[in-house]
Design a protein around this ligand. Sequence first.
Ligand code: PGA
Length: 251
Amino acid sequence: MEPKLIAGNWKMHGTLAECIALASALREKARNQTERGCEFVVFPPTHLLVPVGHVIAGTGIGLGGQDCHVARFGPYTGNVSAAMLRDVGCRYVIVGHSERRGPHGETDGQVRSKAQAGIREGITPIVCVGETTEDYAAGRATSVISRQLIASVPDTAMPERIAVAYEPIWAIGASSSATIDHIGNIHSAIRSTLGGIFGRDKALAIRILYGGAVGPESAPRILQTVDVDGVLVGRASLNAAHFLSLGAPSN
Ligand code: PGA
């Protein structure tokens, strides 16, 4: 079985000095944490991938990009490509985060192209999906997510080389995560939609992460839920001790 994936999205947080301090704390703590059984990956701000990568080199903690452009290179001011991310050591790229789908107007089709760009460069896209507060309140979460998956997950991907993150928009940055029942129901619906896309057996190899207000208290139960193969974490990833404790088994 694949180890659980613990992905820390630093978003647009931290000066150079702060990000280096966070990376150094991760390195120190990772050194003392020999029994992990989880795969940890951090997603620093793009311009700090290289210095952060140097600090965490050799710790087993991986590096990822928060977004990518669909092209390899070209006249795209302000963008970064999957090829550039791979060049600086990224193994993963987040695509279709709601903070990009919403404010930047990214469509499912664009998210799919970004995921394909990641796959083309040999880095694993984490394709984010999730319902709005209104869709959740109206009981439409499952149908919205299924539509997003069908339109934004490339069906030609090798199942081991793609991951999906379920992030209900109403839980991101909230005081508590979605309930275990809700997470379990949605993740099993996601697995069955992926089964429709890839076939049942292949869909079992796709890691499905949960994201939205995950912290050291909520993570153990979430990670034990059926069809939850990891977590995508914002705030709690900005504290090295909290982040590395997310993979610890519950008592
Ligand atoms: P949060 O963010 O953990 O701060 O809620 C989650 C995310 O946006 O991935």
